[in-house]
Design a protein around this ligand. Structure first.
Ligand SMILES: Cc1cc2nc3c(=O)[nH]c(=O)nc-3n(C[C@H](O)[C@H](O)[C@H](O)COP(=O)(O)OP(=O)(O)OC[C@H]3O[C@@H](n4cnc5c(N)ncnc54)[C@H](O)[C@@H]3O)c2cc1C
Length: 357
């Protein structure tokens, strides 16, 4: 059988891209090597419309957030699993100045969907150091383990699924199709996360991978709110919480380190006012990019070979909206957003190739 699309990678990028194409009636084959420390499997799952030290709206929040809410709820129904939850994220102020700067911002129209309320000092003092009060944000959490497992089961039913390593050297690209061992498809989409850096087809993209470490901690007191200042604490239930994370551009292994653990514990000690025990520790590599934007589009010389990658630190928020845009581009020929289209980096590819020749 010849498939419409062969997709490499079943992380967030590959899963969501495959879902969008199946929804549009396309036949799909997926190859994933099942990396247990993929960025998607290690991810905390946080979806926060406000970001950075100044708590401004995240890039494209006004487009991403309405779409992602509908999208994850639709997928939950389709695959009959529960992985997307509304959650309050509390961001305590660091200083009196920050508190004063926020005075009245919650009633500005542009913040009304993202901000639940501004809290007085001490509102959350049962759990954290809350000297100056803070902002309660309307956020969400995606349980990525449940999501990926449910998507895998769905793909097993709806398409061909192969648990194996994809070896790019075995890929044959002709003018009209791609052939990989016994598989034939009209198109291939590479969604291999940070490992795209090793690809002969797409290794020229401006990737800037970032390792992240994350702890699972246990506490006696139980709470439902997510706390987020320098580090996040996400309740998992039964007294367990995810806490993290770190950002390291130099060590790109998926090995948890003592330095990483100490860094997170230091931040936790400054935020929490109760004791905790570390019961788990994981690490993964985020597919970050130099321009800090997702990267998608077609290979400069082979239009049937494309890439959906570069989801960086916010893949859960970015993937639904941009996979929709990319699917419309693949099927209807719609233009991609200039900020994410890899076209503007084609000169990197041609420079690299002219140097080799
Ligand atoms: C500690 C940490 C915390 C994070 N927290 C958040 C968060 O709270 N919110 C958020 O939005 N984002 C978060 N992220 C980022 C998020 O994980 C990424 O944006 C997203 O998961 C990237 O998905 P991806 O599918 O592009 O890559 P990956 O998850 O890396 O998936 C790539 C897939 O391709 C497969 N693969 C690769 N090469 C091959 C090959 N040659 N053959 C076969 N299969 C292959 C792998 O097995 C894997 O399944 C976090 C990341 C880390 C590390």
């Amino acid at each position: 059988m010849k498939y419409d699309y062969l997709i490499v990678g079943q992380g967030l990028a590959g899963s969501i891209m495959a879902y969008q194409l199946i929804k549009r009636g396309k036949s799909i084959a997926i190859i994933d090597e099942g990396n247990p420390s993929s960025s998607s499997k290690v991810a905390a799952g946080l979806i926060n419309p406000l970001t950075g030290p100044r708590m401004l709206h995240t890039w494209r929040a006004e487009q991403l957030f309405p779409y992602l809410k509908e999208f994850y709820r639709e997928v939950e129904k389709k695959v009959n699993a529960k992985f997307f939850t509304d959650k309050t994220i509390y961001r305590p102020f660091r200083t009196i100045k920050e508190m004063n700067d926020w005075d009245g911002r919650d009633v500005l129209p542009k913040y009304q969907n993202s901000i639940k309320q501004i809290c007085d000092a001490g509102t959350h003092a049962n759990h954290i150091n809350d000297e100056f009060g803070g902002v309660e944000v309307n956020g969400f959490v995606l349980d990525t383990s449940v999501f990926l497992e449910a998507m895998r089961n769905y793909f097993m039913e709806k398409c061909a699924f192969f648990t194996q390593r994809f070896d790019e050297l075995a890929l044959k690209v002709s003018d009209t199709s791609v052939i990989y061992n016994k598989l034939q498809a009209d198109n291939i989409i590479i969604c291999s996360g940070y490992q795209i850096g090793n690809s002969a087809l797409f290794g020229w993209l401006p990737m800037a991978p970032v390792k992240g470490e994350m702890l699972v901690i246990k506490m006696e007191k139980q709470f439902e709110t997510i706390y987020n200042r320098s580090c996040f604490i996400i309740p998992l239930g039964k007294g367990l919480y995810k806490a993290g994370s770190t950002y390291n551009r130099y060590d790109l292994t998926d090995t948890p380190t003592t330095e990483g653990k100490n860094e997170i514990c230091q931040k936790l000690d400054a935020l929490l006012n109760m004791k905790y025990e570390v019961v788990g520790h994981r690490a993964g590599v985020r597919p970050g990019t130099a321009p800090r934007r997702p990267l998608m589009g077609f290979h400069p010389e082979h239009p049937q070979v494309s890439v959906f990658n570069g989801l960086g630190t916010k893949g859960i928020s970015l993937a639904p909206f941009f996979s929709n845009q990319f699917a419309n581009c693949l099927i209807d020929g719609n233009n991609l957003d200039e900020e994410v289209d890899i076209k503007k980096y084609y000169s990197l590819y041609f420079n690299q190739h002219s140097q080799k020749n």
